[in-house]
Design a protein around this ligand. Structure first.
Ligand code: GLY
Length: 560
């Protein structure tokens, strides 16, 4: 063999050997919880180990996140759960916040009709009536198997023992401290310069949770906690009353269900736009050969972007709280409608968002947020996304009760045509009305394959939630990746307006970016250091579970 040939063969071996192997996530035999903090995943997993089911673990994980992840975990916010039981029964729970009784459509406008900057985002006026405590108790009432006292005890212990500050948390707290000062009259726990490896203890939150443990759901909505909460919000200039809290109810909803190739996808229905938009986008792209085009190739990005553009244009026009607005759901999630919407697409150039409006349907009439996925040892699955909306919500912290309050009112359209904090343009369907739930993008999702549980997936990220869930499913299904590998991939996002493709920096090849620009797409790599923070579980062919815990955060998979 010539020296040259030996050199080429050796180099080939070296290249094959050096090609980074895709990362495999945590693998477990039977059960798993993947969430934004190890402490919460462990508490959820321990509940499963004790014989609890996925719904018991939901209660434990949700409340443990309220302790360990105050950035988005909460008692003062709300969320959505999609579930699939081991017998195939599916359902969804809406514990979204709602507008207070005293709210009205112009509450964030000045006398000239202009939006008052910050009013729907910072402080007590931004707060919607919280739904989380109602959500966990409703879940437990219907499906729980362990006593609630037993489920809450490790969460209370965690609050008393305290939680170690991570590097990422240190950075986040520091970043938001100026806003904590603005939103709160008195100093709060998070004003201190917390450093990595410090332990933050939460005695006030432990006391609140202990009262809830003893007295149940109504302690939060009708008891001492309700009284203190309403008084605190009003003392800070807000409008939530004891009556608002007393009237709050979580609601069971019918999830959005649709098919994509051989997958059956079960996702959240309105008042979240998540499932509807996901269905619209997936229906639109189903007939294109994404696997042939290649992962994050120009053609794949084009097709997905154009489908997203059209779905988000519809989102703004048609979607709102189904108890208040008539949504043409069947049409929106039909394949015929999505195909019709794509009829003007060409690979030669982008469609301009100016030329795209909502479809004509005959009407018969932050990165902030957090997601966790659970599969239990019995085969039940829950997918839950919960939020305060912005990072630390309204930044208003009730020191006496030990938690932050949401700024979910910003998810309403304060004024048609004016973008919210995620740049989403709202319309009449999502205007503020007393007791109405604000439109969400949260997309807790469960995927079946051949009639069996296949994947549990979801993410935070405001308007980018839907497109991050989409890309994670496609990475597994179209591009044959494992769960952790799928979660690790760089992501992009388009939401109709602004007419740009947001991309995670350094994740896309210069060749692909140049070609997209040449075609006329505007790219933005500067405003989104990360897009989404996906926590997911994949059922492997041998029945084991692979966790996908997003390294963009401190997210961790724990199970057995
Ligand atoms: N607050 C984020 C969402 O509900 O989409």
């Amino acid at each position: 063999m010539k020296i040259r040939s030996i050199f080429i063969i050796s180099l080939s071996f070296l290249l094959i050997y050096c090609k980074k192997k895709p990362e495999i996530g945590v693998i477990t035999e039977k059960a798993m919880v993947v969430s934004a903090r190890k402490e919460a995943s462990k508490i959820g997993s321990d509940i499963l180990k004790k014989g609890g089911n996925a719904f018991d673990a939901m209660v434990a994980t949700e409340l443990a996140l309220a302790v360990a992840y105050p950035y988005a975990g909460n008692l003062g916010g709300g969320g959505f759960m999609v579930y699939r039981k081991n017998d195939g029964e599916i359902g969804a729970l809406d514990y979204r916040e709602k507008a207070p009784l005293a709210s009205h459509k112009d509450m964030y406008l000045d006398s000239l009709g202009n939006v008052v900057e910050g009013k729907s985002v910072l402080g007590a006026m931004a707060v919607g009536v919280p739904g989380t405590v109602a959500g966990v108790f409703e879940t437990h009432k219907k499906f729980g198997s362990l006593p609630i006292e037993e489920i809450l005890q490790p969460v209370i212990d965690l609050a008393n023992r305290g939680v170690i500050v991570t590097k990422k948390q240190e950075k986040r707290i520091r970043e938001y401290q100026p806003k904590f000062l603005k939103a709160n009259k008195d100093s709060i726990l998070f004003d201190k310069l917390w450093k990595e490896n410090d332990t933050i203890k939460y005695p006030a939150l432990a006391e609140t949770l202990t009262r809830i443990q003893k007295k149940g759901r109504d302690e939060f909505y009708k008891g001492e906690t309700a009284k203190k909460l309403a008084e605190f919000i009003q003392n800070n200039g807000g409008i939530i009353t004891e009556e608002d809290l007393a009237k709050y109810e979580a609601k069971w909803r019918t999830p959005i269900v649709f098919e994509y190739d051989d997958l059956r996808i079960i996702s959240m229905s309105p008042p979240s736009s998540g499932g509807v938009c996901l269905a619209q986008i997936m229906n639109t792209i189903e007939s294109y050969d994404l696997d042939q085009y290649g992962h994050n190739s120009v053609k794949s990005i084009q097709v997905i972007t154009e489908a997203e553009r059209r779905a988000y244009a519809d989102r703004s026009h048609f979607l709102g709280d189904p108890d208040f607005v008539n949504i043409p759901l069947d049409t929106l999630i039909s394949k015929q409608y999505s195909n019709r919407r794509m009829s003007d697409f060409s690979f030669e150039k982008p469609t301009s968002s100016e030329d795209i409006s909502h479809g004509n349907i005959e009407m018969v009439e932050s990165d902030e947020t957090t997601h966790y996925s659970i599969v239990d040892q019995f085969g039940n699955a829950v997918s839950v996304t919960t939020t305060l909306n912005g990072a630390y919500g309204s930044k208003l912290y009730c020191s006496e009760l030990g938690f932050f309050l949401n700024n979910e009112m910003d998810d309403f359209s304060s004024k048609p045509g004016v973008p919210n904090m995620f740049g989403l343009i709202g319309a009449e369907a999502n205007k503020i009305e007393p007791e109405k739930r604000m439109l969400s993008s949260m997309t807790p999702t469960i995927v079946e394959k051949n009639g069996k549980l296949y994947m549990v997936v979801g993410t935070p990220g405001g308007s980018t939630i839907i497109t991050s869930v989409l890309q994670t499913i496609l990475n597994v299904h179209e591009y044959k990746m494992g769960m952790q590998e799928a979660v690790n991939q760089p992501r992009f996002h388009h939401q109709w307006l602004p007419d740009v493709i947001k991309m995670e920096p350094n994740g896309f090849s210069p060749k692909v970016k140049n070609k997209l620009k040449e075609l006329g797409y505007e790219l933005d790599e500067t405003n989104s250091p990360v897009i989404g923070k996906v926590d997911a579980i994949l059922v492997l062919p041998n029945g084991k579970l692979e966790g996908g815990a997003d390294h963009r955060g401190d997210d961790t998979a724990v199970g057995f």
